[in-house]
Design a protein. Structure first.
Length: 149
């Protein structure tokens, strides 16, 4: 059974992520959630988040979705292999930390992008958000599979 990101689930999880961002003591952020093809499912800019975070959060989610990895790992690859970002011929790709893929098993189902804090803090938040989304999907599948038994 292939997992997917339903609108109801994404909206519910995004509200929890926003609440977490409000209470964790860090600066406000923009949150973007994209599907496995790099298309937006959800976006929110918290009050006080920098304007630049709007585009960055989306591009971080897009990049993680398209590359199938975190933007921090993508940045590391670019540096280690001395690859210029322009070689990918995609102006929306960014290696700035803060993007995390949502993967269940070996299946990419989407990505989350966070922007508004220091890049390493954006990445930590994105990693946590992707993990929470995976956990919620697995929990909902257990409920569905339990109903089918």
């Amino acid at each position: 059974m292939r997992a997917n990101l339903s609108t109801e689930m994404i909206n519910s999880l995004a509200r929890k992520l926003e609440q977490n961002a409000l209470t964790d003591g860090g600066p406000p952020v923009s949150i973007a959630i994209y599907d496995e093809n790099g298309f937006m499912l959800y976006f929110a800019k918290m009050d006080g988040a920098p304007l630049r975070s709007i585009k960055l959060a989306g591009n971080k989610a897009y990049s993680s979705s398209r590359m199938g990895t975190t933007t921090a790992s993508f940045y590391k690859r670019l540096c280690e292999e001395k690859i210029d970002l322009s070689f990918f011929c995609d102006p929306c790709l960014t290696p700035i930390p803060g993007g995390a893929s949502i993967i269940i098993g070996h299946c990419l189902i989407g990505a989350v992008g966070i922007s508004g804090r220091r890049p390493e803090d954006d990445q930590k938040f994105a990693d946590m958000a992707a993990l929470k989304i995976v956990q919620e999907i697995l929990k909902s599948q257990d409920i569905l599979l339990g109903d089918a038994k």
